[in-house]
Design a protein around this ligand. Sequence first.
Ligand code: GLN
Length: 447
Amino acid sequence: LLNAARARAEAARDLNVLISLNDRADEQAARVQDRLDSGETLPLAGVPIIVKDNINVTGTRTTCGSRILANYVSPYDATVVERLTGAGAVIVGKANMDEFAMGSSTETSAYGPTLNPWDPGRVPGGTSGGSAAAVAANLTPVALGSDTGGSIRQPAAFTGVYGLKPTYGRVSRYGLVAHASSLDQIGPFARSASDLALLTNVIAGHDPRDATSLEVPPAFRAGTPDDLRGLKVGVIRESLSGNTPGVEAVLNATLDALRGAGAIVTEASVPSVEHAIAAYYLISMPEASSNLARYDGMVYGERVPAPDVAHSMTRTREEGFGPEVKRRILLGTYALSSGYYDAYYAKAMRVRRLIAQDFARAFEGVDLLVTPTSPFPAFRRGEKTSDPLAMYAADVDTVAINLAGLPALSVPAGFETVEGVRLPVGIQFIAPALQDERLVTLAGGLE
Ligand code: GLN
């Protein structure tokens, strides 16, 4: 299986999915064989998996898609990696990503863009574009990404696979390089609901090494159509405008399928989502500016020498970070500075609370909420690179969920043909906090 995954990776080289291969993969596979030979049963025995390059794997580079970490080799495993290898999985390699998980297209990577397997002229979404493309192009059956504002769900939608962003705290962040700590969450990509259930059962669960980790044991299973009967699903009204005709058609077809299976579809409202993008960037950028302070070439970051320490730090950051990362450090620092803190950061935190309350109210009458994952399918490479605001707006349907800490799943639900090419369309289901299991049950039911 490992060799097959590597052969697929080699054949799909043009897609630029991987930043590095795991040199210890053969060793890991041999250990799995030994464990099987000694009679152990392993839920993921020999399953090859690719993880995003902001997740630490002993002995591999963790570049975060940045030059500044080009030569950083991790001395330890993230909790999710420890759990995966404990369950018998083999880490094939590390997936390409937007630099420090900032972007929506995997174009800000210092290692070049990842191409969408459905149309190499288009982006795979971001920031976990490498992980999504790995699963879509069949390099591995499953992969891990991280989602701060949509970075698992949007690439899953753009590449036609499942992508789950769990409730904040259900999957340990220990060993995940921080972008915006109050929003970041690791999650799985898969091509089937049962693979999704299998993988999430392995990676979720309490971890004493992450102070925000919750003590809720995972109990995921892929559902059947029976599970859809009587299910109450609310379509978020605010997500119904601004979608392409194809996205609209796929949403309607999905709602029809739900009704056909006996679900009850109603309309719901989360009025404050119209402020979600603004609040998200005013919270994520300040957190990022603080988290990224550690890359100064002293302990972390490829040091650029200079006659004195201050200049060395400046040059390290000047040469190591790309333009989007610098933009966010500047804007984040500005929003946190005295005199502006109340106007920006504190206000955004108030909007964040409002969004959480609006979701709680919307869930009073329904089991799940639904929106498109993205208003449009995969866009052309280069289309939004010169306009940061247009890139930020791509997250319109996803960021509110991170602000509220909720679980959400992008389900591959259909296609839109654009310029003669069939492009996948994803539909996002949102569950109340800690009810992540409902999403995977539903996914199985819809298959
Ligand atoms: N596109 C959003 C951003 O650039 C989300 C990124 C993410 O989820 N990591 O911040």
